[in-house]
Design a protein around this ligand. Structure first.
Ligand SMILES: Nc1ncnc2c1ncn2[C@@H]1O[C@H](COP(=O)(O)OP(=O)(O)O)[C@@H](O)[C@H]1O
Ligand SMILES: [Mg+2]
Length: 351
């Protein structure tokens, strides 16, 4: 009889329907019990459609059943959690944006980990996969505006005084920072920022979007919590770097979303390793793999890792993000994989 680990290794060969990634890394396998009578595999995928679960169950049964020494295979599907009771904070009105199907928030424990870089390129990658995408930069404290528009631009209003987003690389884009450098600067600062940010979000003429990517201000404090509480979010993504200190923040990021009942779509580890341009080799600078390990410990998906790369920095700093200007680059490929997963998660969650 094979050990649970051997069975798990075998199940890594089973792809999630429609994806190149396997069901193990998707977090579908919740438990494997090996007993005399046979093997029981417990599946859990609260957000997947029943036919997908059925398909996975069949493949698991076949794969495990084909292993030598397995007399019988039983599949158990974890019941989805009962509809959660509204929590006190949830009684606060959560608003959706008319015309916008999904809103995904990008968070990080602190500034400088590449949250805006990930937000911009993830938005562009979703666009590349055919989604109509908007990007709202609510991270007013970073220089992230340059990432999309490169230079200072001004914003026009509709006759109803709604903000008309800028268009670049096929996505709609608005940054709080666009409003910060003029005479209104004073009112956008301080504790009013959060409140205004939320209002601001609803005052943009987004039009029809499949997804609005929300680049949250760095940190997991009250300001971020307020935004995540007021807006109807399809999910949150937490960006980290591999250093231990940053990884501790992953937990905070995940907890922040959980506290307000927002599904955590996963963790992205940025600046994971150094990709040498000369030799093409990958050099581990920090102890590697922490993001994936923490994600597993916290029970959330690990979406992927991105190298330290000059093109990522230069592209961001000069308003030419890599996914838009170099779609064939392997890192653009990684962003598309992450985007595909995010798309899958938010779409299945809704159905
Ligand atoms: N993977 C990366 N490789 C190289 N430079 C990066 C990478 N990710 C981000 N940067 C650079 O690091 C700085 C901080 O990134 P940014 O996305 O603004 O972080 P945050 O929004 O978390 O503050 C920027 O100059 C950006 O271009
Ligand atoms: Mg930023």
């Amino acid at each position: 009889m094979p050990s649970p680990n051997e069975i798990l290794a075998e199940l890594k060969k089973v792809k999630y329907p429609g994806f190149t990634r396997d069901i193990v890394s998707f977090g579908i396998i919740k438990d494997i019990e090996v007993a005399h009578a046979g093997v029981t595999v417990v599946l859990g995928a609260p957000s997947a459609k029943p036919e997908i679960i059925h398909q996975i169950a069949e493949s698991v049964k076949q794969t495990v059943g084909a292993m030598t020494g397995v007399p019988a295979v039983e599949i158990r599907v974890e019941a989805p959690p009962p509809e959660s009771q509204p929590r006190p904070q949830q009684t606060m009105a959560r608003r959706s944006i008319p015309g916008v199907r999904h809103i995904v928030a990008i968070a990080s424990g602190k500034g400088g980990v590449g949250k805006s870089t990930v937000a911009v390129n993830l938005a562009l990658a979703m666009r590349a996969l055919g989604w109509r995408v908007g990007l709202m930069d609510a991270d007013v404290y970073g220089p992230s505006i340059a990432m999309m528009v490169g230079v200072e631009k001004s914003v026009a209003l509709t006759p109803e005084r709604k903000i008309i987003p800028l268009e670049r690389f096929g996505i709609r884009y608005v940054s709080m920072a666009l409003f910060i450098n003029d005479e209104t600067a004073v009112i956008w600062r301080g504790p009013m920022v959060t409140k205004l940010e939320t209002e601001f979000l609803f005052n943009v003429e987004w039009g029809e979007l499949d997804c609005l990517v929300l680049d949250l201000p760095p940190g997991t404090g009250d300001a971020q919590l307020t935004i995540t509480q007021r807006v109807e979010l399809a999910g949150g993504v937490v960006v980290t770097t591999p250093q231990e200190v940053a990884l501790l923040d992953v937990k905070r990021g995940v907890e922040m979303f959980r506290e307000v009942d927002v599904p955590v779509l996963g963790v992205v580890e940025n600046m994971s390793y150094y990709l040498c341009r000369k030799c093409g080799k990958r050099h581990e600078i920090f102890s590697h793999g922490g993001g994936a390990r923490y994600a597993a410990e916290l029970g959330v998906p690990f979406l992927g890792e991105l190298p330290i790369l000059r093109e990522l920095r230069e592209g961001g700093d000069s308003g030419s993000p890599i996914v838009a200007v170099n779609p064939a680059h392997p890192v653009s490929g990684t962003f598309k994989e992450i985007a595909a997963e995010v798309i899958e998660s938010v779409d299945t969650a809704r159905n």
